[in-house]
Design a protein around this ligand. Structure first.
Ligand code: NAD
Length: 420
């Protein structure tokens, strides 16, 4: 049976990298485990007067290279192993982008769609009440992720500021711009991914103005990626989806209309049938397109469907969309995978810019943010591509080698480990 537990997958990827880098067992053991985990119970007063207790987590994986950084998910199927995997991937991601940060991640088991605005505010504040001693600008800086928003980040920052007695804008990123957020953070994840797609297309000789694109997940990352593919490259976005299913039009979808339908009815599948055809998420992955962007959840490309993937480039905006067995199949079939912790690193990169601006109490304009993001993403992409060519590795293995090597070097310089 193929392993689908995200943390076991993250560990397997790390083990493979440890072999390539010839790391000792004790170094590998440090890297296989989070440094600290918080498991909290959050009582929330509901609108009907009852009190409900929600379970939350914060995993602080490794801070050898600096304060930990990582988003918070509000999701009904959140598990500690998902949060551990995401925290590990954040560690490698920050390292790969050469940010002075470590990796962490948080999650709360809840269904935000079933909570009122007031309940979401109390839950956001309640989560911070339980973890505030362990986070902060020099310790661990959370951010938004699946089903969490800039408004929630604002409530969380406010709660942390009240508890510490000072305006701590730098304790959290992804805030609205007028209270210390960065210009360009809203579409940073998608935009960063788009820059790596541009570089990959150059490498493979694909003309993006003629390319077709399918996108799984039409949320923050996926929706922004759709518009950027169309508006920056002139590519045709032929399929998009969300948790209820997808829509397809071989001549290109009306993205504005899909946004309106999604915001009115919570799913793109209610789009008018005269211009779109309904497809499943499974069908979307196997569509005959040039670029497949995964922007939903984990384990959507497995050994079952990997042989049927026809895209030339897979851009992993989502974390952990491809299983290790699927990876091998895709590599053999010549599919160019831009691995998650490279492809979706635009979000944390602009979050890092937000931290820097908060420290300076200064605001960069949006063009400045885009330029700095482009430079970092382009450099990271080519570092990975070169490592993949030099050592004959697939793009994910190459990204691991670069990222893990830097974390090991930091641990060594700090005296945490001795290398032979
Ligand atoms: P989001 O909540 O804005 O959107 C998620 C989308 O995925 C929604 O449209 C939802 O309907 C859809 N979805 C949920 N379950 C699905 C399923 N089973 N099949 C198909 N679609 C499904 O979240 P987001 O911020 O866009 O994050 C999406 C992915 O990108 C996640 O893996 C996240 O970890 C990753 N990511 C996001 C950021 C960021 O800054 N937003 C940064 C790095 C990585």
């Amino acid at each position: 049976m193929e392993e689908l537990n995200p943390f076991e997958i993250a560990r397997k990827q790390l083990d493979d990298c440890a072999k390539i880098l010839n790391l000792s067992d004790d170094v590998r053991e440090i890297l296989r485990n989070p440094m600290r985990e918080l498991h909290v119970s959050i009582p929330v007063r509901m609108d009907d007067g009852s009190t409900k207790v929600f379970k939350g987590f914060r995993v602080q994986y490794n801070d050898a290279k600096g304060p930990m950084k990582g988003g918070i998910r509000f999701h009904p199927e959140e598990t500690i192993d998902t949060v551990r995997a995401l925290a590990a991937w954040m560690t490698w991601k920050c390292s790969l982008l050469d940010l002075p940060l470590g990796g962490g991640k948080g999650g709360v088991i809840c269904n935000p769609k079933e909570l009122s605005e007031n309940e979401l505010e109390r839950l956001s504040r309640g989560y911070i009440d339980k973890i505030w001693q362990f986070i902060g600008p020099n310790k661990d800086v959370p951010a938004p992720d699946v089903y969490t928003t800039p408004q929630m980040m604002a409530w969380m920052m406010d709660e942390f500021s009240k508890l510490t007695g000072s305006n701590e804008f730098g304790c959290i990123t992804g805030k609205p711009v007028c209270i210390g957020g960065s210009c360009g953070r809203d579409d940073a994840t998608a935009r960063g991914g788009i820059y790596t797609i541009r570089e990959a297309a150059k490498e493979l000789g694909i003309d993006l103005s003629k390319a077709t694109v399918a996108i799984q997940g039409y949320g923050n990352a996926g929706c922004n990626a759709a518009f950027l593919c169309r508006d920056l490259f002139g590519s045709k976005v032929v399929a998009i989806s969300d948790s209820k299913g997808g829509i397809y039009n071989k001549d290109g979808l009306d993205l504005e209309l899909a946004c309106r339908v999604k915001s009115d009815t919570r799913t793109v599948t209610n789009s008018p049938r005269d211009t779109t055809q309904k497809i499943s998420n499974e069908e979307l992955v196997e569509l005959d397109v040039d670029i497949l962007i995964t922007a939903a959840l984990e384990n959507v490309i497995t050994k079952e469907n990997a042989p049927n993937v026809k895209a030339k480039i897979i851009a992993e905006l989502a974390n952990g969309p491809t299983t290790p067995e699927a990876d091998e199949i895709l590599y053999k079939n010549g599919v160019h995978v831009i691995p998650d912790f490279l492809c979706n690193a635009g979000g944390v990169t602009v979050s890092y810019f937000e931290m820097v601006q908060n420290i300076d109490r200064y605001c960069w304009d949006v063009e400045d943010v885009y330029k700095r993001l482009d430079d970092r993403m382009t450099q990271a992409y080519h570092t990975v591509l070169n490592a993949s060519k030099t050592y004959n590795l697939n793009m994910r293995q190459a990204a691991y080698v670069v990222a893990v090597n830097r974390v090991v070097e930091a641990m060594q310089l700090r005296g945490w480990i001795k290398m032979n």
